[in-house]
Design a protein around this ligand. Structure first.
Ligand SMILES: Nc1nc2c(ncn2[C@@H]2O[C@H](COP(=O)(O)OP(=O)(O)OP(=O)(O)O)[C@@H](O)[C@H]2O)c(=O)[nH]1
Ligand SMILES: [Mg+2]
Length: 373
């Protein structure tokens, strides 16, 4: 049976926990069939004695656990909770859920169902059909939430995901959570750690789904929402966005150098009396060798191909995908000239390169040649 551990950080949440724990164990967990549901409260010795309350509840609910530690902020509470759930509780999946009822417990079931249907990463989403943000929020806060989220969506180029800043998520351990270097997430003391975690989880997940979430406002006490948290969240998104594009920029630079090498040696060989076919063939191969080498050592250095056998195999594959690009370019070029006329040749070429060959190459490099291990 799959074991799902809800990781729930709580600091001074005794009032909420008093309601939350019985509600989960008596109302919602019994409605979820075929899964071993656990709840782990991560608590930092709060002055309101939330920890003692949980200890009392543990006597009644055997799937309830408590992790107590020093206070280090929101991110670390979740991170240490995930580590505990994986190492000590053998979780197959972990869930992020706040104790303050902003993530209404009735939505746990739909998240678990999405996971059981095969999702590796389930995002409780406020911005899909059926999801919502609190009606009572002031217009300003609604706008900040919506626009901030939209901004991160654009910066990270994740148009298919609608909610990137939600705190209600379920993650498969094997292949996703256990592949993330949790001790080195960005901004681990703050809310912003969520953006880094999400970014990495989406990358590692084969199937990511959004499940509607009706986000509630805090029931007890005032909100701690503040500009500092907001700025650090945007900062993480911008850094990740640039990092993401850095690869593409390097790929473009290597490709351009490859083009220069191709042009230089084509000129040199043909001037030195090489037959036409040999000049083209040799100069193209030199460009291919250049592109393979620098992409391996620089663009994709995090997935560098090592070992002579591997290098030879991948280099042959690289030649093969390069031949694919040549074929695509030849076919599209011929079709283009047929329809638009030979005088448009100089216009057709860059068009094909930018819109077809570059995306094709990038896709082949990231999904085939330097595929993530
Ligand atoms: N253990 C632990 N829990 C924390 C810490 N900071 C926040 N939490 C808990 O993490 C959950 C989310 O924190 P909140 O303070 O509600 O953060 P938020 O939802 O972004 O902001 P609000 O609008 O104030 O609700 C709650 O259950 C908190 O009790 C912390 O430093 N340690
Ligand atoms: Mg909250």
């Amino acid at each position: 049976m799959q074991r799902i551990v809800i990781v729930m950080p709580a600091y001074n949440e005794a009032e909420n926990l008093k309601l939350m724990i019985p509600e989960l164990f008596e109302k919602h967990f019994p409605e979820i069939n075929g899964v071993d549901m656990h709840l782990l409260i991560v608590e930092d010795y709060s002055p309101d004695k939330s920890g003692e309350l949980v200890t009392e509840f543990i006597k009644k609910y055997k799937n309830l656990h408590l992790l107590q530690k020093q206070k280090e902020g929101l991110g670390w509470a979740y991170i240490k909770g995930f580590q505990y759930a994986m190492d000590k509780l053998s979780a197959d999946a972990v869930m992020e859920m706040d104790a303050d009822f902003q993530h209404p417990p009735k939505f746990v079931k739909s998240m678990v169902e999405a996971y059981l249907k095969g999702a590796d990463y389930c995002i409780g989403s406020r911005y899909v059909k059926g999801g919502s943000i609190p009606k009572e929020w002031a217009f300003f806060r609604k706008a900040i939430s919506f626009l901030g989220n939209l901004f991160i969506r654009i910066v990270l180029v994740k148009p298919s995901i609608h909610d990137l800043t939600t705190g209600f998520r379920l993650t498969r351990v094997k292949g996703v959570m256990d592949k993330i270097d949790l001790n080195h997430l960005m901004e681990p003391t703050r809310f912003a750690y969520k953006v880094d975690l999400l970014y990495q989880s989406i990358k590692l997940s084969k199937k990511t789904v959004e499940v509607p979430l009706e986000f509630a406002s805090r029931t007890k006490e005032k909100s701690k929402f503040n500009p500092k948290e907001m700025i650090s969240t945007f900062k993480v998104a911008i850094i990740l966005g640039i990092k993401d594009k850095q690869k593409f920029i390097k790929f473009g630079t290597v490709g351009f150098v490859g083009y220069l090498i191709n042009a230089f040696f084509l000129n040199l060989f043909s001037k030195s009396g090489f037959p036409e076919w040999a000049s083209w063939g040799l100069s193209t191969e030199l460009a291919i060798i250049n592109n393979f080498t620098w992409n391996n050592l620089w663009t994709f250095k995090t997935d560098e191909i090592k070992g002579i056998g591997n290098i030879v195999k991948k280099f042959l594959q690289f030649n093969f995908t390069s031949a694919g690009a040549l074929l695509i370019q030849t076919i599209l070029g011929t079709i283009g000239v047929y329809f638009l006329g030979p005088d448009k040749r100089q216009l057709i070429l860059p068009f094909i390169i930018v819109f077809v060959v570059l995306p094709y190459n990038y896709l082949m490099y990231t999904k085939v040649i330097w595929k993530k291990k």
